[in-house]
Design a binder for this molecule. Structure first.
Ligand code: NAI
Length: 306
């Protein structure tokens, strides 16, 4: 299989490394930064003598090399610079995501598109719009990461193996995400049976601030190891038709009472993309939180459209 990663930044290059070293796919790493994708790809090729795998990774600025990709991962974008408002960043990244998606889809019309660039839910919608693809072939990565963070904090708190921990997070990627303790378990036991409400609240807040916590620890830059792992899991489920159930930003058409929006909900990922959306029973509070998250995404979509 062939995966194109657009944007050879921290997330894109780490994802490229995981995909080849886990023997999942051959990779094309594309970036506009002159020499960067070429240099990173050569470096990763030279690691093969030690890692002992036969996957290939090539760096380029030329979309022709991305032809016939099975999956296109969009990580291209800018980080917020001093003096730049969230709104400015939104518009800049919207331009980038729409342009790179169009370029890539023109060469790989049968691909599946996985968006990583923030603000995630808005960018996924825009990528879908310009791609002309069926909605199930476009999705965004955020929930896997948010759930993995929640799982991490649950496992640390209870001092149990993370292998037995599951977590469910709905909604947009950002302050308004909706972690669901009732649907988060240790070996099938809801954490609401194992932890006090106060402790759960603390873990939920830490999950919501997961990205910001890492930004505040680093002098520059933001999280990329766990984001790359999360995107890798989605790519793997799609390419190998694994039918993994993951929270992903997918197109909603009436599910959860929402329509014409990409938002994080549990989805089953197979070779054709989103094979199924799981509709959970939500309490009124949970449904209201999801609604609020959807409204924030819609406001940003309106900003881009204006
Ligand atoms: P980065 O700044 O390290 O990499 C971005 C790369 O995109 C740079 O190499 C840049 O040259 C490239 N780029 C910019 N415009 C381009 C264009 N028109 N064509 C091709 N390449 C272009 O950033 P990082 O850390 O890799 O993050 C990438 C994006 O992913 C950001 O928007 C970030 O906010 C987002 N992100 C999303 C997460 C999620 O859960 N959805 C988690 C982590 C990051």
């Amino acid at each position: 299989s062939k995966v194109t990663i657009i944007g050879a930044g921290n997330v894109g290059s780490t994802l490229g490394q995981r995909l080849v070293e886990k023997d999942i796919a051959d990779v094309i790493l594309l970036d506009i930064d002159p020499g960067r994708p070429q240099g990173l790809a050569l470096d990763l090729m030279e690691a093969r003598g030690v890692e002992r795998h036969d996957r290939t990774i090539a760096g380029t600025d030329n979309y022709d090399l991305t032809q016939d990709s099975d999956i296109i991962v969009v990580t291209a974008g800018l980080a917020r610079k001093p003096g730049m408002s969230r709104e400015d960043l939104l518009k800049v990244n919207a331009q980038i995501v729409m342009e790179v998606t169009q370029q890539a889809i023109a060469r790989s019309p049968d691909a599946i598109v996985l968006v990583v660039t923030n603000p995630l839910d808005v960018m996924t919608y825009l990528a879908w719009k310009v791609s002309g693809l069926a909605p199930r072939r476009v999705m965004g990565m955020a929930g896997v990461l948010d759930a993995s963070r929640f799982q991490t904090f649950i496992a640390l708190e209870l001092r149990v193996s993370i292998k037995d921990v599951t977590a469910t997070v709905l909604g947009g990627h950002g302050d308004l995400m909706v972690p669901l303790p009732r649907y988060s378990t240790v070996n099938g036991i809801p954490i609401t049976e194992l932890l006090s409400a106060e402790t759960i609240d603390r873990l939920v807040e830490r999950t919501k601030n997961g990205g910001a916590e890492i930004v505040s620890l680093m002098k520059a830059g933001s999280a990329y190891f766990a984001p790359a792992s999360s995107a890798c899991l989605m790519v793997e489920s799609i390419l190998f038709n694994q039918a993994r159930i993951v929270p992903a930003a997918v197109y909603l058409d009436g599910e959860y009472g929402l329509a014409d929006i990409f938002l994080g909900v549990p989805a089953c990922l197979k070779r054709d993309g989103v094979a199924q959306i799981l509709e959970l029973q939500l309490t009124e509070t949970e449904q209201a939180a999801l609604q609020k998250s959807a409204e924030a995404v819609r406001q940003n979509l309106d900003l881009v459209a204006s």
